[in-house]
Write a protein that binds this ligand. Structure first.
Ligand code: ZN
Length: 457
């Protein structure tokens, strides 16, 4: 596809000012109108959606306000797979101009079809993101995301064309050529996975270049894998750039879902704007399916408000993050999402808060008395509240005969766990080594092996 360039004053901080700074109430009204239209359309024109909605007792007429979104049944990866290959596609197949796909490593892939209009809107979202981090018309943008079935390379390619920049479709895995291009051409910005960026920086050093001095790069965009702030600092030093985080899922055409703005700081919990005029982002408690409060951790659920090719609606991502509508200093009104913390399959919800076994491990490991294993036990007490007990193995059974040590240690562990998870274990029970049942091979680090959830569902 050739994307038409749309002109914008390079001095404007926003590519689409009216949309990016739309008052929140107006933005939410737009979301509701688009949601109603989308759901009504799929119900009336696609037998797959009609069957699912009828079975759940949901009718699009039930949508009276945006809060009613909770009435719409979730889509899961498994249910979407049942729609393979084209049952979810809405509209005439002859209208499709591009298809992308998830990897399908754990079963049938999810195929995503896009119409000309879907691609056009995708270009807009990516243009906004590139503009937001400082790319302007005439700039050269080096794109090292893969061009193929996953959407990586295409989103920013279209976005760069839309805003009048020049994308170089390097695609993935070509570190030598990337170094050459960065040294030989006046490249303004690039995108890469964080690990590939580090690799390219190292390659450049081996070739005798210092990209912070020998390239003209000012900005970089990174995504597709988790990267701590320290990695960002390292990339910024290696390339002499300001590095930004972006996040997208292939199911929603990847890049162009969420991206950091220039106002982001290390301290900001939620750094990435999610484009609310195209996507409805929800954050839910993965156990109950109910919405969590603004800024609280939960599972991200996404609805495509504008895509008509493959309109995923209330799609459970299993990604854990948080979402806030708090005003951002950059002036954009679209909500912000935190970087993905982990998968909901690996977490447990206690008293409405998400707890990862890995967090508990992080809290307990500094104690020299700690043995090899622990177990999180969650029960329901008489008042119907969650009761959180932690069983911790000690290195040596002899510790248990020292009553004062046991008492003090249990208290300190309690405090350490509370500090990391925000949830207070009611009881920390210390036990001898090897008293907990061993996890079967391969599941030692998963939630199922470290969490004993005895609550009635
Ligand atoms: Zn912002």
């Amino acid at each position: 596809m050739q994307i038409k360039t749309r002109k914008q004053d390079p001095k404007s901080p926003y590519f689409q000012p009216d949309i990016e700074t739309m008052p929140v109430e107006k933005l939410k009204k737009l979301q509701f109108d688009l949601l109603k239209k989308q759901v009504t359309n799929v119900y009336n024109s696609n037998p797959y959606f009609k069957k699912v909605y009828d079975a759940a007792g949901f009718n699009p007429k039930d949508l009276k306000s945006l809060d009613d979104v909770v009435k719409i049944p979730f889509m899961e990866k498994s249910t979407v797979r049942e729609g393979y290959p084209t049952k979810i596609v809405t509209g005439d197949m002859g209208q499709m101009r591009e298809m992308h796909s998830t990897s399908g490593t754990t079963g049938k892939p999810v195929l995503i079809f896009a119409t000309e209009n879907d691609i056009d809107l995708w270009a807009d979202r990516n243009a906004r993101e590139l503009w937001m981090v400082g790319v302007r018309p005439g700039h050269i943008f080096l794109n090292s995301f893969g061009y193929g079935l996953p959407t990586g390379g295409f989103g920013f390619h279209y976005g760069a064309q839309r805003m009048g920049a020049c994308p170089i479709p390097l695609s993935g895995g070509q570190s030598d050529r990337m170094v050459d291009i960065l040294v030989d051409l006046p490249v303004h910005s690039f995108c890469a996975t964080p690990s590939f960026a580090l690799y390219v920086g190292q390659k450049a050093h081996e070739k005798g270049f210092d990209l912070a001095k020998d390239s003209t790069c000012k900005v970089s965009l990174h995504g597709a894998e988790p990267w701590p702030w320290a990695t960002r600092v390292k990339i910024e030093e290696l390339f002499g750039v300001t590095a930004y985080d972006e996040f997208g899922m292939t199911e929603f055409l990847g890049p162009g879902m969420t991206c950091e703005c220039e106002a982001r700081t290390e301290e900001m919990p939620q750094k990435m704007h999610a484009w609310a005029d195209h996507l409805l982002a929800e954050c839910i408690n993965p156990d109950t399916g109910k919405p969590v409060g603004d800024g609280q951790d939960g599972e991200m659920v996404w609805t495509y408000l504008v895509n008509t090719g493959t309109p995923l609606i209330r799609y459970r991502s299993r990604d854990l993050a948080s979402l806030t509508w708090e005003v951002c200093p950059c002036g954009r009104t679209h909500p912000r999402m935190a970087a993905i913390k982990g998968r909901s399959d690996d977490a447990v919800s206690i008293s409405g808060l998400i707890v990862f076994p890995s967090q508990v491990e992080e809290a307990l490991t500094p104690f020299p008395e700690m043995g090899a294993n622990f177990r999180i036990i969650v029960e329901t007490d008489q008042r119907g509240m969650d009761l959180f007990t932690l069983k911790v193995e000690l290195k040596d059974k002899a510790y248990l005969s020292d009553e004062n040590l046991v008492k003090g240690l249990a208290q300190k562990m309690k405090e350490a766990v509370k500090a990391v998870t925000d949830v207070n274990p009611k009881v920390v029970e210390l036990i001898g080594p090897d008293e907990l049942p061993r996890a079967t091979k391969g599941e030692g680090k998963t939630a199922s092996a470290r969490v004993d959830d005895r609550r009635k569902k």
